[in-house]
Design a binder for this molecule. Structure first.
Ligand code: 6GU
Length: 252
């Protein structure tokens, strides 16, 4: 899969994408990432890429011509590349969006700065606008990296031959259960006994219950979407009863 990133700050992308899992995926040819500096497509000798807004108001707006020429240069090699503008005004990004985008062979990611881009960029060149959450970043660059990371995990082989993002528990709408590794005792703090029992069905049941407990207390909105079995519902009842008892002041 190929990603072309259109940005005024291409250096921001070098280190984060070259480390660890994404770095290996690039080395192994599973993903290709190229940055394109929008400033290289400015028309005047001072390489101006922004201007004051028509109608007045705060800040600067990214000009249409340099962005248009940058997008056209990338899309001339592949006219069907799916083109995304990263903006807080976009559709909220989630795991399902990441999975769907992973079936595209080529994504073009436009990163905005300042007060955003001239509206005509969106009308003429953008297939989809995406936001990574309800907060404001100084630009779309970090959002583009988040998107590339989440999408790449779905590409076969990126997580290794024996792992797939499809198996992630978030994909199944529950948060992960707690994990522990050695030492058994860290500064007086131990680990749940069941994990040492060697009883695999007891361990699975404990993990399922802890995943449900976490999801119920931190993200109850996810439970309504989850595919809960009859056993899950029983476990949830136990959890809620336990919580009530704890609230009432006797923690047993
Ligand atoms: Cl995609 N861009 C900016 N600038 N801020 C954001 C965002 C994107 N998503 C959330 N906040």
């Amino acid at each position: 899969m190929r990603f072309d990133i259109l940005t005024l700050f291409p250096n921001m992308f070098s280190s984060p994408l070259q480390e660890s899992i994404l770095g290996k995926a690039i080395e192994r040819g599973l993903i290709q990432i190229q940055t394109v500096n929008i400033r290289d497509f400015a028309l005047d000798k001072h390489k101006v890429v922004d201007d004051t807004p028509y109608g007045g108001g705060q800040g600067m707006v990214m000009k249409v011509e340099p962005i248009a020429r940058a997008i056209e240069s990338v899309k001339s090699q592949n006219p069907s590349a799916w083109t995304i503008y990263l903006t807080p005004q976009g559709k909220p990004f989630d795991q399902d969006s990441a999975r769907k985008l992973s079936s595209q062979p080529h994504l073009v990611l436009l990163c905005g700065r300042y007060e955003g881009v001239d509206e005509r960029v969106k009308d003429l060149f953008i297939d989809e606008e995406i936001s990574i959450g309800d907060y404001v970043l100084t630009g779309g660059e970090l959002a583009a990296m988040v998107l590339i990371d989440a999408v790449s995990r779905f590409i076969p082989g990126v997580l290794g031959s024996d792992r797939s993002a499809e198996e992630d528990s978030f994909f199944n709408s529950l948060l992960e259960y707690p994990q522990y590794t050695r030492p058994f005792n860290f500064r007086g703090s131990g680990i749940p006994e069941v994990l040492l029992s060697g009883n695999h069905s007891a361990i699975s049941l404990w993990r399922r219950k802890e995943a449900l407990r976490r999801t119920s207390s931190r993200r109850p909105d996810l439970l309504t979407k989850a595919n809960l079995s009859e056993e899950d519902k029983k476990l949830l009842e136990e959890i809620l009863k336990q919580e009530k008892r704890e609230k009432a002041g006797h923690g047993f």
